[in-house]
Design a protein around this ligand. Sequence first.
Ligand code: SF4
Length: 693
Amino acid sequence: MSSPNTSTRTHCPYCSLQCGMTLETVGRTLEVRPWSEFPVNEGALCRKGWTATGLRGHRERLTSPLVRDRATGELRAASWDEALDLVAAGIRAAQEKGGPDAVAVFGGGGLTNEKAYQLGKFARVALRTSQIDYNGRWCMSSAASAGNQAFGLDRGLPFPLADVERTDVVVLVGSNLAETMPPAARHLDRLRENGGHVVVIDPRVTSTGDRADLVLQPVPGTDLALALGVLHLIVAAGAVDEDYVSARTTGFDVVRRSVAAWWPERVERVTGIAASEVRALATLLAGADKVMVLSARGAEQHSQGTATVLAWINVALALGMCGKDAAGYGCLTGQGNGQGGREHGQKADQLPGYRMIDDPAAREHVAAVWGVPPESLPGKGRSAYELLEALGTDDGPSALLVFGSNIVVSAPNATHVTERLEALDLLIVADVVLSETAAIADVVLPVTQWAEETGTMTNLEGRVVLRSQAVTAPRGVRSDLEVLQGLAKRLDSPVPFASDPEEVFAELGLASRGGRADYSGITYDRIRDEHGVFWPCPAPTNPTGDPHPGTPRMFLDAFATPDGRARFHAVEHRGGAEQPCADYPVHLTTGRVLAQYQTGAQTRRVRALADTGPFVELHPMLARRIGAADGEPVEVTTRRGTMTAPARVVDTIRPDTVFVPFHWVGANRLTNDALDPASRMPEFKVCAARVRA
Ligand code: SF4
């Protein structure tokens, strides 16, 4: 590892905004300072970013491998050799008994591009297993699936986030941007200062809704019906951009017919939004020169998530917005590397560069970079939830390696998933602290975190940024790349694995070359010099040719489909997989709070961030009906489980809905594991529940 600097420009360890920051070593302490020139956040950070060094030197930081003692059943400290030998022996035993697919790998959307790439290569080359997927499948995969279907390519935002300021109307569908990524909210404020309008669609009025011109609160799971109704009115008003539709798209006639019966009063009956408000939104959009529709988890984490995003893309396409300056559709990704994590091979059906694993040409290209025969690469594996469900079953994996994921807290129907983890013969978890998942593992491998390592991340705009090492790691800790290198060697991998991140990134570039997410023209030096580089950025075909500038804005001339046209898709509203009934009469929805990130494995341990614990948000009318009082415990029950937490009585939520944040154990014991048929994303955002005081 290189020597640490006293002042290092890097990026926040948490969300997909990847705010730039400066880390300064002052004596023995590490302090966060602004990096004002970095354009994405211009020096601003949220509370989580300012306190990001809080985990450094934490008493719960793991600094030695742990193995479960057979005699006592407890985890005990072990040497790296003992732990890695144990893991390699367990993998061999599992594969001798059950074949290559007896071992599975589960990655994370917070891993650097280098780690995600190396994890995918490790699974396919060293383990020869098809059983690899990652928690990004639970984050924005429905938007990815819809983007691929409509545009031929999925990049969260196909434009820089700052373009929001130059549009006329931005519609946020299921996004609480002001709370999940506060520095990004300044774009909404500037848009309004410029005379533009902000529309927020969310069952709760959040701090994002507080800075909106129009807030619509649909019944959870009905965003799709709202989009159908808005398009119906746009068609009726003659506001479809017919020239654009005929020149740049296909499939509109079927969609036009499919929305004919979605008049506003029908939309009101389904969504609970007054017909007058549906008309107000359609009128605003029909009269705007530039419209931007941005979706997030509220629209996507549904069994109809892909169809919901497609319905909103249809609205943007009908208005002629996609591929136009400061307009179009984009997805606000969530996890730090939610974008890059899905481009480089830790997804069950993909190889690096967003290549599909069942494409013979893709297999040949990647196999040549890896130095193995194409036929040795396994095929497509199970998606994240289906993989977890199969663990420990007769035809499922008996061993699992987990990198960068806290499944016990983050998986839907979490009690069932935890039982599957406990049914494994061998569970290996690489993490920085003893997360809830690490606590039930057979082997725990302590790995480096954020400021202790270098690697690239791809933010929500498709901008590849560089996290640089600022401090040395504690003694006893290894990087994930070193762990994979050590395991590959013990497993007699046919090819060696590098552990230097810059070397791995160069190889990733070669593997991605010619693919949809082409990183081959990006280098660490360019990222440093240019404040990040947007993919696709192919290397010049001639070694002396000019470097590609990167692609901040996509689809300006053509979409990434074979004929260059975007695709309309006719979709139907079905609603949540589980509807309220006499036993479970309200909707449960889940989400985030400002001070915590994902499962809270890191942020719950940062003392400067308030760990309030979970709560149940409900409307005063519902509270009165069940006899609940603010601050007093209430019990929420679904068909999968029960949790108890203090009530938070607020009039900003629909009276038929309760909200629970998912950063603590409990919320996901309640959530539904119904999957979207295209993206295989679970329905975290709505299920039927009962609440009792
Ligand atoms: Fe920026 Fe997100 Fe980090 Fe907050 S958590 S500082 S918004 S990257």
